[in-house]
Each structure stands twice: as C-alpha cells, then as structure tokens.
Design a protein around this ligand. Structure first.
Ligand code: UD1
Length: 346
C-alpha cells in the first residue's frame, strides 16, 4: 500500500514509518518540524518532506495514496490557556485542511492518532447512582490529600470502571479538546465523502526516541529525564493514579494493522482504544524506572495539577476483535527498558 504519513519525524510517527516499511508498504512521510517538538534548527530527516498542514500545498503529495495515517499534532496537555490557539491551529485546522485535500484527491481511508484524553475523567460506579462521570475534583479535597473523585450527584465514594469506546467524550484540556475535534472533523468528512476513518485512542505512550523533558512532555519522559540527571522522580498526588502505559512498538503495530484494514471497515469513524491492558500506577511506574536505572528512589510530593485526571483505564477488547491487535510489551518490561532507551533531545 502507498501511505501518506503525517508527523513522520515525530516520536510515534518515526516508529510507524519503520514498521510500515518493514511490512512492505511504501511510505511518504511529511512533517512540519514544529519548533515546540524539534527545536528551532531541527535536523531534517531526508526521507521526510517538510510540509505544514496549516499552510502548505497537500494535493501533490496525496497523488496515488491509498491510506493517510495522520500522526502530526501538537501534543502534551497544554501549559495554560495561551496554548489554546496553537492547539486549534495545528490540530483542528491542520486536520480540516488535510481532509479537504483528501476529498479533492479522492483518498477515502484515514487512520487518525487520537488519545484516551478524549474520555477526560472516564466513568465510575456510584453504589447509589450507578454509572456516572466523576465530579471535577475540588481544591479543598486535593489540598486535604483526597485525590479520588466523588459522585457528581451525592458526593460519595465511587469505583473506577474500565471504559469502552462508546463512553461519552468529555475533554478536560486544550489538547484533549483538539483530539475530540479531530475525531469530529474526520467523522464529518466520512459522511460527506462516504469515507472511512479508524481513530486510535492511544494510552500513555513511551519507548525509545521519546522526546526528553519539555513543558509538553508526558510523565514517563519527565521521570526518565530526571533519573538521567541524577534526580529522583517527583510523583504527584499519592502516586496511586492509574494509567495504562503502552509501548511505542505496539502503537506502531496498531497503526499498521489499522492501515491494512481500514478499507474493510464500514463508512464512518470507528474508534479503538490502544492500550497494553495492564493497569499501572504512577508510583509503580516511577519505582520501576528508578530500579531499572539504579537511580534515586521516587519522592511522593502530594503536589497536584488541576487539569490532571485521576485514573484512566480503557478496555482493549474492541481493538483485539476489530483489528486483531494485542499489545506485546508489558509495562513491567517496557518501562524497565525505558531506563536505558535513548531519548530524542531535539
Ligand atoms: C498523557 C499525555 C497526553 C496523551 C495521553 C495518552 C502529556 C503531557 N500527556 O496524558 O498527551 O494523550 O497520555 O497517551 O504528554 N505526574 C507526576 N509527576 C510529574 C508529571 C506528572 O506524578 O512530574 C503525574 C500526573 O499528576 C498524572 C500522571 O503523572 O497523574 C500522568 O501525567 P501526564 O503524562 O502528564 O498526562 P496524562 O493525563 O496521563
């Protein structure tokens, strides 16, 4: 297959390009080399065409393409509200322009990099009120060291549920809002063009080549960089926050499976959670990394960030049934390896 891969110079995109080529596909890679991700004087990978989805022509590179795999995005949580326009321009407008170009050139199959952040705080069970989205955590609770969210109706204790793809989307950050928008634009394009999209909702990505500590980095890059500097990982809240850490090797495999099968999917957008299927707390993650690196013991600080969600665990069952995707790397093994994996400094 001939694939147009956006974000091909990025952390996940570079792994997708390698995996797709290893499976015999022809990959045309694009990247804007955003300064926030690559630094001002980025080294341009000669196999990746420099194009900015916001402004550059796209029809020529779509010629003869079977499937577009859209990884290009401004990532992270966003530092503050001043980031909103950059997320909207890169992620919302960039995707809308790409979809319009695909409509002009007759490309009707898309694999979209989405994220579990579209679910926000996820879903819980209240003994009295059943399936509920949790209430937004209150400052007085967080200050008092109560980190688990409450029932939005009675304020009582609630239990975390594993969430499926039909869970309502409740974005909490600028980045999450832009990922929901990308899914919605893609769904609208599917309706207009009788086209197909697979949206892969990635869980917490990590692995070799991930960007070192930046204001937009995820927790595993922050901890890995701290250990490399000889510092202890600083674990927020009580370290009991649950995530699913999925290795970039598995994310690349999920993308290639989706690329190969999107044409057999129905018209419209099909979302899949892409997860390892293993629950891991942030405290466990910090300890696994430190131990493997022989670094300092993690410090649990009790600090908190208002935009953080407490726990996110989604079911990997649909990706197994719909794509035949099962993660190969467990967080125990992959995070221990991350302690020695090279990071990308720029
Ligand atoms: C992360 C990514 C998000 C991505 C999603 C799924 C970032 C910033 N976030 O979301 O873009 O879509 O995974 O792939 O890349 N923490 C600490 N110490 C720190 C930093 C964070 O304990 O120094 C804790 C936070 O309080 C939080 C957890 O680690 O509970 C995860 O934080 P983070 O990786 O920033 O965000 P996610 O919400 O998991």
């Amino acid at each position: 297959m001939k694939i147009l891969l956006t974000g091909a110079a990025g952390f996940i995109g570079a792994h997708v390009a390698r995996e797709a080529r290893a499976r015999g596909h022809d990959v045309v890679g694009l990247d804007a080399y955003l300064a926030a991700a690559h630094g001002p004087g980025a080294v341009v990978d000669p196999s990746v065409v420099r194009r900015d989805l916001r402004t550059d022509p796209l029809d020529d590179v779509l010629d003869g393409i079977d499937v577009v795999c859209h990884q290009a995005a401004m990532v992270g949580n966003g530092v503050d509200a001043q980031d909103l326009p950059a997320y909207a321009e890169n992620n919302d407008a960039g995707t809308a322009r790409l979809l319009a170009a695909m409509a002009r050139t007759g490309v009707r199959d898309l694999v979209l990099a989405s994220s579990m952040v579209v679910y926000g705080d996820g879903r819980y069970t209240c003994p009295e009120h059943g399936d509920v989205p949790p209430a937004v955590r209150r400052d007085d609770d967080l200050e008092a060291g109560r980190y688990d969210p409450r029932c939005p109706r009675c304020g009582g204790d609630i239990t975390l549920r594993e969430i499926g793809e039909d869970t309502p989307l409740l974005p909490r950050t600028s980045y999450a809002a832009s990922k929901v928008a990308q899914e919605h634009y893609a769904a609208a394009w599917c309706t207009l063009e009788s086209a197909r999209t697979i949206a892969l909702r990635y869980h917490n990505a990590y692995g070799p080549g991930m960007p070192a500590d930046t204001p937009y980095a995820g927790v595993s890059a922050i901890f890995r960089s701290a250990i490399a500097r000889g510092e202890a990982p600083r674990v927020f809240e009580d370290g009991g926050q649950v995530r699913d850490f999925v290795h970039v090797h598995d994310l690349a495999r999920a993308n290639v499976l989706a690329i190969e099968q999107v044409a057999q999917h129905p018209v419209g957008l099909t979302p899949y959670n892409v997860a390892s299927g293993h629950r891991f707390t942030i405290g466990q993650m910090a300890a696994t990394l430190s131990r493997a690196a022989g670094g300092a013991e993690p410090v649990v600080t009790g600090d908190y960030r208002r935009f953080d969600v407490r726990h996110v665990v989604a079911s990997p069952a649909a990706a197994r049934e719909g794509l035949g995707f099962v993660a190969e790397v467990t967080p125990e093994d992959g995070l221990a390896r991350l302690a020695h994996d090279p990071l990308r400094t720029r």
